[in-house]
Design a protein. Structure first.
Length: 156
């Protein structure tokens, strides 16, 4: 027998096994759930404030001024660190400005397409990311004690 015959035989055996004894739906669902929870060791930062919530618009305009309503202010708390984030549309992208109130050792903006933009955090805990691609994003950071924290996905 050659390799081609072996491959054809294996394909036929897989087809027969799938027909006679298919994988139970509960096993497929459990596998999907396991993949979805692969980052359980990461803490999810709690959303403390969001300028998009009803009732916060008046304070937002009083602080930022009228006509800046496209910008969105968010505050998250997680890993012993609080972070304030300003999401502002710029041309075809998004500007992300933030400040941590607590020490962090790394920071990144993760995009929905799987990419990530590593950010420098200054000595006061501030960071800026310009021209972030439009679409879902979240913030990832590591607290000084080593806890990896992520925010929920945001759709600006």
């Amino acid at each position: 027998m050659n390799d081609l015959d072996d491959d054809a035989l294996m394909a036929e055996l897989r087809r027969i096994a799938a027909e006679v004894d298919p994988v139970p739906l509960s096993v497929v669902e459990a596998a999907r759930a396991a993949i979805a929870t692969r980052h359980l060791d990461h803490e999810l930062a709690e959303l403390v404030a969001d300028s998009a919530d009803a009732g916060s618009g008046l304070l937002f305009e009083a602080v930022r001024g009228p006509g800046v309503a496209e910008s969105r202010l968010l505050t998250f708390d997680g890993g012993g660190v609080q972070v304030d984030v300003d999401l502002a549309p710029t041309g075809g992208g998004l500007r992300v400005i933030g400040q941590f109130t607590g020490p962090v050792t790394e920071c990144a903006v993760e995009r929905g397409d799987g990419g990530a933009l590593e950010l420098a955090v200054d000595e006061l805990g501030r960071f800026v990311a310009d021209d972030v691609s439009p679409g879902p994003l979240r913030l990832r950071y590591r607290s000084e004690i080593g806890q990896l924290v992520r925010t929920a996905w945001l759709v600006p």
